[in-house]
Write a protein that binds this ligand. Structure first.
Ligand SMILES: [Zn+2]
Length: 199
């Protein structure tokens, strides 16, 4: 009898946890349509790469029972105002994750950058996710990952749910670009994000 009640208790607490831990990811592939974003020397666009990372994350998140909302699923234009209008829902842990590719003129800068906004309504939770991402990136990336709390971009600035921008590398750097186009790297980044929002 005692065994049964322990079993029952663990079943109950498991289902309670499963319910409490419902996770939802809003995945934003930045740019798109008339806004191609930054361009690589070979003509590759930031908007294409953002979508590739977003799709890899969509696939991996779905496999881990995470509900996914894609801001865009094709090469289409979505205004900044329309991208993040998400409200917290009771019993759901929601996160807004936006993919951008970094770019600069000297073509020498490399590495990933994780950005959140220290004055956003969800700054604390955003920072926790951002720090987990930095640690994760540091494990797959030998050139260093930087953390910025000054993300004043509209999509994360006023976000009512925890929000981060992930710049997995520089589209302006040849070596980074090769990595950014690598499906294996896109999947590794997807795994990092899923880990960061589920642990
Ligand atoms: Zn961008």
């Amino acid at each position: 009898m005692k065994k049964l009640s322990i079993l029952l208790l663990s079943v109950l607490s498991f289902s309670f946890n499963a319910k409490a831990e419902k996770i939802k990811l809003i995945i934003d592939a930045a740019h798109g349509g008339k806004d191609a974003g930054a361009k690589a020397a070979n003509g590759e666009t930031e908007s294409q790469l953002c979508l590739a990372f977003a799709e890899a994350l969509q696939e991996h998140a779905a496999k881990n029972n995470i509900e996914v909302v894609m801001v865009r699923t094709a090469d289409e234009y979505v205004s900044l105002e329309q991208r993040n209008t998400y409200k917290p829902e009771p019993g759901v842990k929601s996160y807004f994750v936006s993919f951008h590719m970094n770019s600069e003129n000297t073509h020498s800068a490399r590495g990933a950058q994780i950005i959140y906004y220290s004055k956003s309504p969800q700054a604390g939770a955003s920072r926790r996710v951002a720090e987990k991402l930095v640690n994760g990136f540091n494990m797959i990336n030998d050139i260093g990952t930087t953390l910025s709390d000054k993300g004043s971009a509209l999509v994360i600035k006023n976000s009512e749910i925890p929000a981060v921008i992930i710049e997995p590398g520089y589209i302006s750097n040849e070596q980074d670009l090769r990595k950014l186009k690598d499906k294996g790297i896109q999947q590794e980044v997807a795994m990092l994000v899923v880990k960061a929002v589920t642990e």
